[in-house]
Design a protein around this ligand. Structure first.
Ligand SMILES: CC(C)(COP(=O)(O)OP(=O)(O)OC[C@H]1O[C@@H](n2cnc3c(N)ncnc32)[C@H](O)[C@@H]1OP(=O)(O)O)[C@@H](O)C(=O)NCCC(=O)NCCS
Length: 219
């Protein structure tokens, strides 16, 4: 048991359990200046076909992720319950504009603590709606990181992105992330698409790399 980690898990648990849109909105991160809301992907949306479909479409269209598989609404519904709501240290927020249109999503996963130092990973960053509100995703990212530092008392936010995803690498650098590691990967094709695996055997020529980046709390 660790009180700092428990506080974070309890906060995630509470937000994910909200089953009423107005209460979700009251608990959202709202950036008034830019008219952007970050609303938790809670149990409320698990019953909403429109949102589940939107998540499927966005994941299908995101060609820059490390893996490609057969994305279906049914698979997304299962993912939402089993690999998002039921995973204690994972949380996702929808990015909404001032008219409450869904723009994209981003979240956190893989909470850990070493020597009183709390780290969390930025997870699942996708802009679904391409031609609206330029800057919305950077603004949402900064707000979420601020929430991690100020409210969750996290010390460092880390992330991994493919080197070939130059737009994302640049996007994160502009937010303030710095590269600290580079992990060689081999691309493995399968029936549904592909995945990338870490190269343990130095004889293989990498197909790509995970660029590992981190951002610490600004003093
Ligand atoms: C990574 C990703 C979320 C970035 O989204 P994005 O639309 O580029 O980000 P923003 O909404 O912050 O928009 C940034 C653009 O708006 C512009 N902008 C305008 N106002 C801005 C503001 N106030 N703040 C920041 N940028 C602003 C920027 O200059 C930038 O333009 P550019 O791309 O021509 O440089 C998006 O490319 C994506 O969904 N990629 C596919 C999924 C993916 O690869 N995710 C990352 C996996 S690790």
């Amino acid at each position: 048991m660790d009180i700092l980690l428990d506080n974070i898990i309890n906060k995630f648990d509470y937000l994910k359990s909200i089953d009423d849109y107005n209460i979700l909105k009251e608990n959202s991160l709202y950036i008034k200046k830019n008219g952007i809301y970050l609303i938790c992907a809670s149990v409320f949306f698990s019953k909403n076909d429109y949102v589940i479909n939107l998540l499927s479409i966005w994941r299908k269209e995101a060609k820059t992720f490390h893996n490609k598989f057969n994305v279906t609404a049914e698979g997304t519904r299962k993912w939402y319950k089993n690999l998002l709501l039921d995973i204690q240290d994972r949380i996702l927020f929808f990015v909404l504009d001032e008219k409450e249109n869904f723009i994209g999503h981003l979240g956190f996963a893989n909470l850990c603590k070493k020597n009183n130092f709390i780290q969390i990973e930025l997870d699942n960053v996708i802009r679904g709606e391409k031609n609206t509100k330029p800057g919305a995703m950077s603004i949402a990212c900064k707000e979420l990181i601020n929430f991690a530092f100020e409210d969750l008392k996290v010390n460092e936010v880390i992330l991994k992105t493919l080197k070939s995803n130059a737009h994302a690498v640049n996007f994160y650098k502009k937010i303030g992330f710095q590269e600290y590691d580079k992990i060689p990967l081999t691309k493995i094709f399968n029936d549904e698409g592909f995945d990338h695996k870490v190269i343990l055997n130095n004889d293989l020529i990498p197909d790509d790399y995970f660029i590992c980046m981190k951002l610490g709390k600004l003093k």
